[in-house]
Design a binder for this molecule. Structure first.
Ligand code: SF4
Length: 247
């Protein structure tokens, strides 16, 4: 709940996401300033924690609707069982796979999703992640979105963290911050929110990588769904004047 000081004027061309909702274009902060502020406050987050591109993809699927801590245990089990390779996931019985990833929740569905992904990899890219990650971002995104169990956030995590493509990953925390800072319409689509970030930031893979991780940190520690901790949050100075964050 709060009210705050002067918003910082933008020194870049800021493109509002909606004509009706956001602040006037000359009264909005620069998204790059958000990034710099969070980086200064929290430091690098060292994402994505995966040793290989395949492990990153497995993590991106397993982290749906659960915390990373639960995913870590599942990945540890898969590593111990020598299953962190497309061929191994393809060959292992679904029930065993589900048991190994139990800690990540929705484990039967997620086992199925992993199987579906490696089948896609085999049929579309001869089982080669290197081949898959060489194709154009837009084409790959479209293909990934056609795979059962891969939605926009997972597809973009794969593109950014495994494929090192300049694609911004939008999660619930990012959307909440945009809404609370009057930068976006609460009804924005995933696609609109992604384009909003990409239009207002340089196309920079390390920056997108780090910014997403910093946003997650902000969301978890400060910008919670209820009782947001604005007074202690590094982004407090960017809140629009008279903004009231309802918990
Ligand atoms: S908690 Fe931080 S990011 Fe969320 S609305 Fe408050 S100041 Fe903004």
């Amino acid at each position: 709940m709060r009210a705050r000081a002067e918003p910082q004027p933008s020194d870049c061309a800021f493109t509002p996401i909606s004509r009706e909702f956001p602040r006037a274009a000359d009264a909005v902060p620069n998204l790059r300033d958000y990034y710099d502020t969070l980086l200064a406050a929290f430091g690098p987050q060292h994402w994505w924690p995966g040793r290989t591109a395949f492990e990153i993809i497995v993590g991106a699927i397993l982290t749906q609707n659960t915390s990373w801590r639960n995913v870590e245990r599942a990945i540890k089990n898969l590593r111990r069982a020598k299953l962190l390779a497309p061929g191994a996931i393809l060959a292992v019985p679904a029930r065993r796979l589900a048991a190994l990833i139990r800690s990540s929740g929705y484990f039967r569905q997620k086992a199925k999703k992993l199987k579906v992904f490696v089948r896609f990899l085999r049929t579309q890219h001869q089982g080669s992640l290197a081949k898959m990650l060489r194709i154009r971002s837009a084409t790959l995104r479209e293909q990934l979105l056609g795979v059962h169990g891969i939605g926009p956030e997972t597809a973009d995590s794969i593109l950014l963290y495994a494929g090192r493509r300049p694609v911004f990953v939008v999660d619930a925390y990012a959307r909440r911050i945009l809404e609370r800072h009057h930068l976006a319409d609460p009804k924005m689509s995933y696609e609109d929110a992604r384009q909003f970030f990409e239009r207002n930031l340089p196309q920079d893979v390390p920056l997108y990588n780090e910014f997403h991780a910093l946003i997650v940190r902000t969301g978890k520690d400060y910008c919670r769904a209820s009782n947001p901790r604005c007074e202690e949050c590094p982004l407090e100075r960017f809140l629009p004047e008279r903004a009231s964050v309802v918990s």
